[in-house]
Ligand binder design. Structure first.
Ligand code: F6P
Length: 555
């Protein structure tokens, strides 16, 4: 697989890895276990309790050395230094990607460059955190109340993409069992059914609305923010609106234009990308619902992973190894999908969160210099909580024609008292990974059917359907407990994995031009749908608009 001229990967390294994959038996994971009795230990790394076991992949010692060489020779060390120094790694937008400063200590003095202007990112983040903390305390104590004098019992976060997925995922994970200090609700979809359904069980007098939007121009979010404003005003009067709204944004002018007072706006800077913003004021719903201590613990976890990523040798570095395993799968073995199975119902939204993080960051096909890439970039990422996934798409992962590597996530200790249920959950997680590895041979199936009294004809007809090829790869990410600290470590683990992969693929992980065209075209289509100018569209779109109008006219 030749490297593009601007890719940091050399063609020689790609070829070396491809040659390793092509060795006879190299992709036989079961044989790798047979050849190395200590394989599990050799291919497991940990940061305290947080353990990554990638032994159930077709990576042997030689391959691992080659992958680590790839990282070193590509200059990953230098990239990591530039990233943490706040250099403008987001080249198309002339910005640093300095979300790490949001979880740094106030005196860490991490710098970030925006269009060539440097600022003390740690200080800026810490100052805003102090304002957030005061706001959260005032809401919790009842010092800040709704217009009718009632204390807030619900926070409604209105945002989409990074302004929704991170805070929603974290809030749901951290309040699933405890219930949290306030109820949290999330409104992202512009589909009016979403607000209609949500507002049914909201009391406007007790609802605090957070309009979360980095740009404060996103059509979906602004439409929903206006819907919530109208809903509040209809119930409590126009004068009540100010007491019920706060904004989480970088756009002070647009926030003021919406009518939210400056002291109710919590900001962050353009060196924070939307999908990396849960650590910023965009995490306000987390702090309100799960509590300030939980929000701080989340940041502590992120900071612990930053320190590990920065200091650990690549051979012991969790984000680097996770990234290299992913590159081995996507580029060398050609696997085009990646599945994330959290055996933890509190992480229901984790795959959705990762979909944006991974696919919006690395779903790119030109290098940083604008040349087409000549290798695969981000695979399709999807997932569901285990064990639910076992009863839907796992059939394909076990027996389908595509090989889909899986990340399993599991906490050893549950936060409920039904330990027997947790053991069943854990048994299922381990069993799935084991089944993917071990598979089931035709001979085994035949023997079992024979032992159960099946006839030769039955065996011939049925046995092939019950064969599993096995040798299907997975990572196991195992940790003690899913608390806020560990969730912070997990998020930062994947953030850095994405950054490492983007760097090795030679692409910019920090812009997202691919979502722009749809936004522009939707704006252009609105007049046609509301009956004004038809506009010039392709034949299919024109015909569909006409049919849409016809159907709307029908009773
Ligand atoms: O979906 C595209 C996107 O630009 C994401 O990157 C971002 O997280 C989301 O829109 C929301 O943007 P904003 O926070 O500006 O409303």
């Amino acid at each position: 697989m030749p490297a593009t001229p601007s890719s940091p990967l050399t063609a020689e390294l790609w070829q070396r890895l491809s040659a390793l994959a092509a060795r006879p038996g190299a992709q036989n994971i079961r044989a790798l276990f047979a050849a190395d009795p200590a394989r599990a230990r050799h291919f497991t790394v940990a940061l305290d309790d947080l353990t990554l076991d990638f032994s159930k992949t077709a990576i042997d010692g030689t391959t691992l050395v080659a992958l680590l060489d790839l990282a070193r020779e590509a200059g990953l060390d230098g990239f990591r230094t530039r990233l943490f120094a706040g250099a403008e790694v987001n080249l198309t937008e002339h910005r640093a990607a300095m979300h790490m400063a949001l979880r740094s200590r106030a005196d860490a003095a991490m710098q970030a460059s925006l269009g060539g202007v440097w600022e003390n990112a740690s200080r800026i983040a810490a100052d805003e955190r102090t304002r957030m903390c005061e706001f959260v305390a005032a809401v919790h104590s009842g010092a800040l109340r709704g217009a009718t004098g009632l204390a807030f019992d619900t926070v409604l976060n209105i945002g989409i993409g990074g302004s929704d997925l991170g805070p929603r995922m974290v809030t749901e994970a951290l309040t699933a069992v405890s219930g949290g200090q306030m109820r949290a609700r999330f409104l992202s979809n512009v589909d009016g059914h979403s607000f209609a359904a949500l507002s049914r069980d909201l009391d406007p007098a007790r609802t605090l609305v957070l309009v979360a939007s980095k740009t404060f121009t996103t059509l979906e979010t602004m439409t929903n923010a206006h819907a919530a404003r109208d809903w509040l005003a209809a119930s409590l009067g126009e004068a009540a609106v100010g007491a019920h709204f706060a904004a989480l944004s970088t756009n002070a002018r647009a926030v003021a234009g919406f009518g939210i007072a400056a002291e109710r706006m919590f900001g962050f800077r353009d060196w924070v990308g939307g999908r990396y913003s849960v650590w910023s004021s965009i995490g306000m719903s987390v702090a309100l619902a799960a509590g300030w201590d939980a929000f701080e613990a989340l940041l502590d976890g992120g900071r612990a992973m930053d320190a590990h990523f920065l200091s650990a040798d690549f051979a012991d570095n969790l984000p680097v190894l996770l990234a290299l395993v992913g590159i081995w799968h996507a580029d060398i073995l050609g696997y085009r999908a990646h599945c994330v199975l959290a055996y933890d119902d509190r992480l229901k939204r984790f795959p959705a969160y990762l979909q944006q993080l991974e696919m919006e960051s690395n779903g790119k096909s030109v290098t940083t210099s604008g040349a087409p890439v000549s290798h695969a970039t981000c695979p399709v990422v999807f997932g569901e909580p285990g064990t639910d996934a076992q009863h839907s798409f796992m059939q394909l992962i076990h027996q389908g024609t595509s090989i889909v590597p899986v990340d399993f996530l599991l906490a050893a200790q549950p936060d409920h008292s039904r330990d027997a249920a947790h053991l069943i959950l854990a048994a299922n997680a381990f069993a799935q990974a084991e089944a993917l590895l071990a598979g089931r041979t035709l001979a085994d199936v035949q023997a079992e059917m024979r032992a159960k009294g099946a006839t030769d004809a039955e065996i011939a007809a049925i046995a092939p359907h019950r064969v599993f090829s096995g040798n299907r790869p997975s990572n196991m990410i195992l940790f003690r407990r899913l608390d806020a600290f560990t969730l912070g470590r997990l998020i930062a683990l994947y953030e850095h994995k994405v950054a490492v992969q983007g760097f090795l693929w030679g692409i910019n992980s920090f812009d997202q031009w691919g979502v722009e065209l749809g936004k522009v075209l939707a704006g252009g289509l609105l007049p046609a749908l509301s009956g004004a100018a038809a506009g010039l569209h392709d034949g299919s779109t024109t015909a569909l608009i006409a049919r849409f109008h016809a159907l709307r006219g029908q009773r």
